[in-house]
Write a protein that binds this ligand. Structure first.
Ligand SMILES: *[C@@H]1O[C@H](CO)[C@@H](O)[C@H](O)[C@H]1NC(C)=O
Ligand SMILES: *[C@@H]1O[C@H](CO)[C@@H](O)[C@H](O)[C@H]1NC(C)=O
Length: 329
């Protein structure tokens, strides 16, 4: 699967990219695309990475981060509202862009970026700087320029998107860690070199999913400033700790996503597979919103009785296994 992604990435990179042919870019993004044409494939890759991670994190839930392939607004109207779901999508997509750009720069795919040569800090006991430190500051900069380009209105929604985009990017910077490698005769570790590396993107997804669960509800405030009316956000409940720059914020409640509703972008949960033994959100009770579920049996062919032959192949038989599949009414 990672290989398939890699191939898409190289084909994206080898085709001449025409910024004007990407639908939906605002002028600032179009300018950015033309100036940084070399890293645009990783920007696109980053958005895709973010969406895939979103679908992983929400796989068993009523809203499962479904995208609509044949639409310019790939999430449909779901992102129109200032909900937690919108907050998460914005954070994970901007984190994805920062991550993918940083990674591809370190892999040397572009002439305008590369490794972080500033290395931050003196070397430690028994190791020295070496290898290629990933330059997350550059990736974050690119993400900020590109993902925030359309968020310059003085309204609450722009403020929310900018906040959540930045929270996503900060997650990348916070999760940078030292990676080290031993050198020396037969792994004696005489010399150890270390460099800054990004975490697995899954760690970013897990972290932001926690932030989704604890997202802060805000209220919109209007101020009169010299440039006109400006909307800002304030925490709704004074009792709770106000959100930090690392927290996700929202100010509209989510629909319950139980019934299909084209206006809110809810697909409903009819025919979704549910887990009959789980009492959580992926369980049949909650996922099916109390409507009950149908059960059918499904035969699946699987490899079984596998034998390892010296050397080196594995032969298997094919078995039919029968599964109960539960789907929402
Ligand atoms: C996500 O939800 C959609 C719409 O209800 C459904 O068609 C799709 O199969 C679901 N995806 C997963 C991975 O459960
Ligand atoms: C269903 O839920 C149970 C209990 O939470 C869990 O152990 C099991 O792995 C789940 N099955 C699937 C297919 O997710």
């Amino acid at each position: 699967r990672s290989l398939a992604l890699g191939q898409q990435y190289t084909s994206l990179g080898s085709q001449p990219l025409l910024c004007g042919s990407i639908p939906g870019l605002v002028p600032k993004q179009l300018r950015f695309c033309r100036n940084y044409i070399e890293i645009m494939p990783s920007v696109a890759e980053g958005v895709k990475l973010g969406i895939q991670e979103c679908q992983h994190q929400f796989r068993g839930r009523r809203w499962n981060c479904t995208t609509i392939d044949d639409s310019l607004a790939i999430f449909g109207p779901v992102l129109d509202k200032a909900t937690r779901e919108s907050a998460f999508v914005h954070a994970i997509a901007s984190a994805g862009v920062a991550f993918a750009v940083t990674r591809s720069c370190a892999e040397g795919t572009s002439t305008i970026c590369g490794c972080d040569s500033h290395h931050k800090g003196p070397p430690g006991e028994g190791w020295k700087w070496g290898g290629c430190s990933e330059d997350a500051d550059f990736g974050v900069l690119v993400s900020r320029e590109f993902a925030d380009a359309r968020e310059n209105r003085p309204d609450a929604r722009s403020a929310m998107n900018k906040h959540n985009n930045e929270a996503g990017r900060t997650t990348i910077l916070d999760h940078m860690h030292l990676k080290c490698k031993c050198h020396g005769l037969s792994g004696s570790c005489e010399v150890k070199t270390c460099w800054w590396a990004q975490p697995d993107f899954r760690a970013i997804g897990d972290f932001l999913k926690d932030k989704y669960d604890s997202a802060s509800e805000m209220v919109v405030e209007k101020h009169r400033e010299s440039r006109g009316w400006v909307e800002t956000l304030r925490a709704k409940y004074a009792l709770f700790k106000p959100p930090t720059e690392r927290d996700l914020v929202y100010y509209e409640n989510s629909p319950n996503f139980c019934e299909p509703n084209p206006e809110t972008g809810s697909f409903g949960t009819r025919d979704r597979t549910c887990n009959v033994t789980s009492h959580g959100i992926d369980g049949c009770d909650l996922l099916c919103c109390g409507r009950g579920h149908n059960t059918r049996t499904e035969k699946r062919k699987e490899k079984c009785h596998c034998i390892f032959h010296w050397c080196c192949y594995v032969s298997c038989q094919e078995c039919i296994r029968i599964y109960d599949v539960h789907t929402c009414k």
